[in-house]
Write a new protein. Structure first.
Lengths: 64, 318
């Protein structure tokens, strides 16, 4: 699967079907700091993601 | 990576069984877009009603930077305010003068306010204080959020007064409020922890209200995305200097591991507030000896900053 990070860089990850939050934690990303879309649609942080998915992450915290 | 077999199927909305778009960790509920939007708007309406944040006849000045929180605040208020008679909303946008950042958010604010057909006022640090924040901060970048916060608060209050506002609403969300509680504890600032600025029996300042105080930052982002109103805006270049960044990271980690941490922190703050009436009454608001504004010491924060910057800041463009 392809994980598109908030800075638009990409990580290609070989994974079985797993909950998104587990995958994010394994990648060092706090699931509460981002929202995720698949095919342009919002998905819950515990949604199952699988091989072939393209997941885009959006950083939610801005400002100071 | 080990999978969790119980979570391999797409989840459904707890209310209607449509595909879920959001997982509420604290309540262990899944919600579809329709029910997430309804849940957020109902929670804000309940906060407003239960705490009498907005009442009949109010003129509510809404600080709208164009960022996600203030945008969501204005959208939600524009939906719930018509149920309260004779309430007028006025959006106020402050241009601090932060190069490469504020230009984009002001454009976003302008588009949103225009689309909602709400009265809009603009003020700028250059007009009010004679210079941009970038210039005022030269050599003081590590204190950027303190300096900006004091000047922006003053700018918003003056602008709210200029439109005869009876309330000043800001987009502070649950994460912001929980972070503030933690920061005030870390600073040992009990008075700031317990002082309530949402009401004013003395009539000396415009009460500041925070209708999103029980809506998490992630819920706000989802709300905007569902309304196709999410804007990928740049991050404030001064954010990296803020103590708040550390508080945010710490609380976000705790919230993920122990859902409900931020709400419980807010509840603790409110419990302390009710126990501290003696402390608050022993330290009533005084008046700044230079400008006369309400404050807890001899000088208000704005006049302290004016001295520190060693320059005349007019303090009001009105």
């Amino acid at each position: 699967m392809r994980l598109i990070l908030p800075d638009r860089s990409e990580r290609v990850i070989a994974t079985a079907t797993v909950p998104l939050d587990q995958l994010l934690l394994a990648e060092g990303i706090n699931p509460l700091g981002v929202i995720a879309t698949r095919d342009g649609a919002l998905i819950p942080e515990d949604a199952p993601v699988r091989s072939g998915d393209v997941i885009r992450l959006i950083q939610i915290a801005h400002g100071g | 990576m080990a999978g969790d077999s119980s979570r391999k199927e797409a989840s459904r909305c707890t209310v209607c069984r449509e595909p879920a778009v959001f997982f509420e960790r604290q309540t262990n509920r899944h919600l579809c877009g329709t029910h997430l939007i309804a849940e957020i708007e109902e929670r804000v309406a309940k906060t407003v009603m239960d705490r009498n944040l907005i009442v009949r006849g109010d003129t509510v000045a809404v600080g709208v930077s164009g960022g996600k929180d203030s945008s969501a605040l204005l959208m939600i208020l524009s939906r719930i305010v018509p149920s309260i008679p004779d309430v007028r909303l006025v959006a106020i946008t402050v241009d601090e003068g932060i190069s490469g950042y504020r230009e984009d958010t002001i454009l976003a604010a302008n588009r949103l306010v225009e689309s909602l057909k709400i009265e809009h006022r603009h003020v700028s640090f250059t007009d009010l204080y004679g210079d941009t924040l970038d210039t005022l901060l030269a050599g003081r970048e590590t204190r950027s959020c303190t300096v900006c916060g004091i000047l922006r608060k003053k700018a918003l209050a003056d602008a709210a007064r200029s439109v005869s506002a009876t309330k000043l609403a800001t987009g502070h969300n649950l994460d912001d409020e929980a972070q503030s509680v933690l920061m005030n504890v870390l600073r040992g600032d009990l008075l700031r922890l317990v002082r309530d600025s949402s009401t004013d029996s003395s009539g000396r300042f415009i009460p500041r209200i925070k209708p999103l105080m029980y809506v998490a930052e992630k819920e706000i982002a989802a709300y905007l995305l569902l309304h196709d109103a999410w804007q990928d805006l740049p991050e404030c270049p001064y954010a990296k200097f803020a103590l708040r960044q550390d508080a945010r990271a710490m609380l976000s980690t705790l919230e993920y591991r122990y859902p409900g941490t931020m709400v419980r922190l807010m509840e603790s703050k409110e419990a302390i507030e009710t126990s501290c009436t003696v402390e608050i009454n022993a330290n009533p608001l005084g008046s700044c000896r230079e400008c006369g504004e309400p404050c807890s010491g001899e000088l208000c924060q704005f006049c302290q900053l004016r001295r520190e910057l060693d320059r005349p800041l007019s303090g009001s463009g009105y």
